[in-house]
Design a protein around this ligand. Structure first.
Ligand code: AMP
Ligand code: GLY
Length: 456
């Protein structure tokens, strides 16, 4: 890769006079974000012999073991671009949706900086559920039937007379995973609409609401990397959104996730690519908003085939954790290929077996979490073979770590099969202690019973 004027810093180069070539191990990568997904990306990028320097902005306590953390306000897209310029980053990877929806990719493009992430226009797929729903309808991509889109609470309440129950109520804008309710009764739906549209708990994001049919089946997170034309599918994953075992209790950002090729039996993967992924990516390009970056297809596997629940304009959290631990390729090379037009030539291999991520959360989560609790046992947990402990919400003080948000850690393990991966993840989680720590005890359990039932 040719980078700008040679500053001479750490470059293993032959000086050509005006430019220097960092190819012999010298990519400099900036990762934006500070959660478990970003720790997983940094952890994998750090293993690349191609990477010379890694920053994470803002990062977190645990990420600081693997990358230099730089404070930044992820809502301030201009400052992030200035940071990438100042650091002379060859590549920037964006983890969370907010900077993408605010146009960080457009700001980087204006300055000629390489970034993995979609433009503001393409990120509308996640930024507006109404936009996504219209897009799916325009391009005949299977999804739940829409009852309607409502701009006033009165219209939304009236519409409840003519829906089947349960009904799904969704805020149009970004609500950090809290803007959707599968409402079992009119009272539940009314209360949720009131919170979104009248109390404006999520501000303008709740000004518009849609309601759609409830789909039944198992969910699947099908995440791809795309340059706007070519597609590199990542390992399939399944998230656990509810807070309690047995999928009970309120939705969270995700309490754990797992991955194995068995999540895509028969030709399911090909069907998803043919009927959803390629049509969506082609349509985005045809509509003048070509998509570059991670694209997340949140699916329900219904009796009538896979149907779209949601798009995310980024990789999943915690899905990224079990994905990176199964990668048998150099992520830095894949991301470089994406930004330099070589994705179609890139071959990704995946480790056989399974991976499982168990999220350890703080007391109070998914409501207001308690923070500032000392975390013990991290070093012991890391001694369990095939385990990586990703930090989602921690602060570091010397050698000590403290909780700093609701989701604290993603304890992730690989194994030859699900039982072994699950056993390792929980063996590690049990060694970690902080006041109020809680986690689900059934991450991946469903997949074990399925594969046993199938006689595997
Ligand atoms: P979304 O942000 O649209 O993915 O919604 C969050 C979660 O709500 C999904 O992961 C599903 O668990 C659930 N959900 C969303 N839409 C539907 C639907 N139409 N039918 C059933 N569950 C849904
Ligand atoms: N785990 C769900 C998401 O990343 O949106």
């Amino acid at each position: 890769m040719l980078v700008g004027a040679c500053s001479g810093v750490n470059s293993q180069t032959v000086d050509t006079g005006t430019h220097c070539d960092y190819r012999s191990g010298g990519m400099k990568i900036l990762v934006i974000g500070g959660g478990g997904r970003e720790h997983a990306l940094v952890w994998k990028l750090r293993q690349s012999p191609r990477v010379e320097k890694l920053w994470c902005a803002p990062g977190n306590g645990g990420i600081s073991q693997d990358a230099e953390c730089v404070p930044v306000d992820i809502k301030d897209v201009a400052t992030m671009a200035v940071l990438a310029e100042r650091l002379k980053a060859d590549l920037t990877v964006v983890g969370p949706e907010l900077p993408l929806v605010l146009g960080v990719a457009d700001e980087f493009a204006r300055r000629g900086l390489a970034l993995v992430g979609p433009s503001k226009q393409a990120a509308q797929l996640e930024g507006s559920k109404v936009f996504a729903k219209d897009f799916l309808a325009r391009h005949n991509i299977p999804t739940a039937s829409l009852y309607g889109v409502y701009d006033s609470p009165g219209d939304a309440y009236s519409a409840l007379c003519a829906v089947d129950w349960p009904v799904v109520v969704k805020a149009d804008g970004l609500c950090a995973g809290k803007g959707v309710l599968v409402a079992a009764t009119p009272d539940d739906a009314t209360a949720f609409i009131e919170r979104l549209m009248e109390k404006r708990e999520f501000g303008e994001a709740g000004a518009r609401v849609l309601m759609e049919e409830t789909l039944e089946g198992e969910e699947l997170s099908f995440i791809v990397l795309t340059d706007g034309e070519h597609v590199l599918p990542l390992a399939p994953t399944r998230d656990h959104k509810r807070i309690f075992d047995g999928n009970r209790g309120p939705n969270t950002g995700g309490m754990g996730a797992y991955s194995a090729d068995a999540l895509l039996p028969g030709d399911l993967g090909q069907r998803i690519l043919d009927t959803m992924v390629r049509p969506a990516i082609q349509a985005l390009a045809a509509e003048g908003r070509p998509y570059k970056g991670f694209l997340y297809f949140g699916l329900m596997l219904t009796a009538d085939g896979p149907k779209m629940l949601e798009f995310n304009c980024r990789s999943g959290d915690p899905e990224t954790q079990p994905i990176v631990t199964r990668m048998d390729f150099d992520l830095a090379e894949a991301l470089e290929a994406l930004t330099t037009g070589g994705l179609h030539k890139f071959r990704a291999g995946w480790k056989d077996g399974a991976s499982v991520c168990v999220v350890m959360a703080a007391k109070g989560y998914p409501g207001e979490p308690e923070t500032g609790k000392r975390i013990d046992g991290l070093a012991e947990a890391q001694t369990v073979p095939n385990v990586a402990v990703f930090h989602a919400g921690t602060q570091r003080d010397g050698d000590s770590y403290y909780t700093s948000s609701g989701r604290v850690l993603g304890v992730t393990a690989t194994g030859a099969d699900f039982p072994r991966a699950i056993e390792a993840a929980y063996a590690a989680a049990r060694r970690i202690r902080f006041d109020g720590a809680h986690y689900r005890t059934d991450i991946g359990a469903q997949s074990v019973s399925k594969t046993h039932a199938a006689g595997d």
